[in-house]
Design a protein around this ligand. Structure first.
Ligand SMILES: [Zn+2]
Length: 197
């Protein structure tokens, strides 16, 4: 099992346009790439993960699908995907991204997508996705095009979300300090201790 490092807050990399994965001259084994993306996504507890988020500029992403008859979520990895049609009403939903920890923004997107993709074995198919999977597909397609999800929200919602994220990052940083502090527990009046409580 290979867990790849996820790029965080690196706008320069995350706004790059990803290139088609060439099955005739594969830059790496597509099955191995799919396995690594799925493993990394699961390890990070994400619903989706685009290759560019692990610094691989290919039009490929992993997605956790719906729960199947056996009670397990289906795992997908789509190569060179394309949304061929949108459908359903426009739905507002709060979205987050593994590359922007603590950033949650309400985004409007169509409920359904008809989606064409190639599987790691080179087989091509078209399927209709709806609800959360259609939402993840649209978010990941934006990654392949170098678009950042928060830019789909208006200026007001975006700045509010960034403020919340700044608080979150500060909290995480102070918790990290507590964990590293060698004299933890010796001083009860430390502000770091208060944060932890
Ligand atoms: Zn994302």
């Amino acid at each position: 099992m290979t867990i790849l490092p996820i790029i965080k807050q690196d706008i320069l990399t995350l706004t790059k346009l990803s290139e088609d994965f060439d099955f005739t001259k594969p830059p790496q084994n597509p099955i191995e790439l799919a396995t690594n993306l799925v493993d990394t996504m699961l390890d990070a507890k994400g619903l989706g993960l685009a290759a560019i988020q692990v610094n691989l500029p290919y039009r490929v992403f992993a997605m956790r699908g719906n729960v199947n008859e056996k009670g397990n979520p289906e795992m997908f990895c789509f190569f060179n995907p394309r949304i061929v049609a949108y459908g359903g009403e426009i739905v507002k939903l709060e979205e987050g991204c593994l590359s922007f920890p603590g950033l949650f923004v309400e985004i409007k997107r169509p409920r359904d997508v008809r989606f064409r993709f190639t599987l790691p074995n080179g087989q091509t198919d078209t399927k209709l996705f709806t609800g959360m999977t259609a939402r993840v597909i649209q978010h990941e397609m934006d990654h392949l095009d170098g678009k950042l999800f928060y830019n789909l929200a208006n200026q007001y919602k975006r700045s509010l979300a960034f403020k919340q994220q700044a608080k979150y990052l500060k909290r995480v940083a102070s918790q990290a300090k507590i964990l590293k502090a060698p004299d933890l527990g010796k001083s009860t009046d430390s502000p770091l201790m208060i944060t932890q409580i």
